[in-house]
Design a protein around this ligand. Sequence first.
Ligand code: GRF
Length: 210
Amino acid sequence: MLISGRGSNLRAIVAQARQHPESNYRVCAVISNKPHAAGLQFARDEGIETEVIDHGMYSDRATFDRALADTIDKYSPDLVALAGFMRILSPEFVTRYRGRLINIHPSLLPAYKGLKTHERALAAKEQWHGASVHFVTPDLDGGPVILQARVAIHANDTVDTLSARVLKAEHVVYPQAIRWLAGGRVRLEASGAVALDGTILDAPQRIDME
Ligand code: GRF
């Protein structure tokens, strides 16, 4: 997994693999571009391999991305999951991992790509917000969505209350999507469509949360 900070999604993903023996994956390594990311300490405490590829040490994006890819490839992972990884990845990097590179984004994509999603959803007086697990493509936050959690916005919500509810929902859908991928149930087709159990999805799978 690739992280830059807190690592709460990492924790949820590791916890699910531990708590549910039928989960068919394990996190083989955690890589951070920030040496002091809190998620790194969690990973060490769990006995998971950790690596730091500090972007500040590389002169440009291409060199950083190559170092990152070399480090990832040491572990030969079946899946590369971004969770709060705050670097834009080059098209070369993204293409290299096509179909096995996923991310979680705190909005109901394609709505609210980019940053400050909770602020923007509240300002627009949306009724619904949420989180999306998606395949990563060179189109930033625009890759095909696998699974979404939909969260109702309450009249008295603030950025803090809404983001806390969305984060809780992230911790449900991200492990679930990884279980599907690890079980071979979800695939990114050559056409760019997502297939679940052999059927092309015309809309992302969606779970409604509190
Ligand atoms: C999450 O809100 C995720 O949607 C976004 O970055 C945040 C990461 O949180 N991409 P954490 O580091 O997993 O706690």
